[in-house]
Design a protein around this ligand. Structure first.
Ligand SMILES: [Zn+2]
Ligand SMILES: [Zn+2]
Length: 229
């Protein structure tokens, strides 16, 4: 098979960090040279609020600000650093719409999600209709294999706004909450523990909006896992 990123034939096996995966799940889609460009986050050296790579487990400046203005409990864990290599990957996957590229990380990301404990529902963040029309796929569910997620949230489709990625950081932070609960029986999520799944944690605003909506609906605990931070 040819590497999904550099298109050269793959001859070698996965680098050490990826060998933790069960044998049968180790499908080689990407060569070790390309994979070496991405950097995993060391949990012991990451912010315990957002999962950002740093020098300790202390809350980072962004999370301290969130802590000051929110009352609910929320934290994110991320697998990879959102560095240049990851930004290029995300650009090609999401904005060029190369759906095949989901296979660069789907097994690794799904395995990471599977290791999280005390979860009742896995919820992939939904995308709005405009994004569906231009992209044609949900980039989050594309990154999942053999995990069953539950659609508890919808985006408010009345409001037409610029896509998140086109906004400046300050604009993004101001965005109002467009998530709504979409379940037939609201009782089914009362007191449940939710793990939100997203591709990138940037400002944290989107995930926190989703968690606020779920807490307001009676969920007991809402946290998130993202591919990168
Ligand atoms: Zn390659
Ligand atoms: Zn943080």
């Amino acid at each position: 098979m040819d590497c999904l990123l550099c298109h050269r034939q793959i001859r070698e096996s996965w680098p050490l960090g990826f060998l933790m995966l069960p044998q049968k799940k180790r499908v080689t889609t990407t060569c070790s040279d390309c994979l070496a460009a991405f950097h995993k986050i060391d949990r012991e050296m990451s912010c315990e609020g957002c999962g950002r790579q740093q020098n300790s487990r202390k809350l980072c400046q962004d999370c301290l600000k969130w802590q000051a203005k929110t009352t609910y409990d929320f934290s994110n864990r991320a697998l990879f650093q959102y560095d240049e290599a990851m930004k290029t990957y995300m650009h090609d996957y999401k904005f060029q719409g190369n759906y095949q590229l989901r296979h660069v990380f789907d097994v690794t990301f799904s395995h990471f999600i599977g290791m999280q404990t005390e979860v009742d529902f896995l919820v992939a963040l939904p995308i709005d209709r405009q994004t569906w029309q231009t992209r044609g796929f949900n980039q989050v569910t594309g990154l999942l294999t053999e995990l069953s997620t539950t659609d508890l949230l919808v985006m408010d489709r009345q409001k037409k706004e610029k896509r998140q990625s086109q906004k400046k950081r300050r604009e993004r932070l101001k965005t109002s909450n467009h998530f709504q609960i979409d379940v037939e029986c609201p009782e089914q999520i009362k007191n449940k523990r939710i793990l939100l799944l997203d591709d990138v944690y940037t400002t944290g605003r989107t995930l926190r909006h989703a968690s606020e909506t779920l807490y307001a609906a009676g969920c007991r605990k809402v946290d998130s896992v993202t591919l990168c931070r």
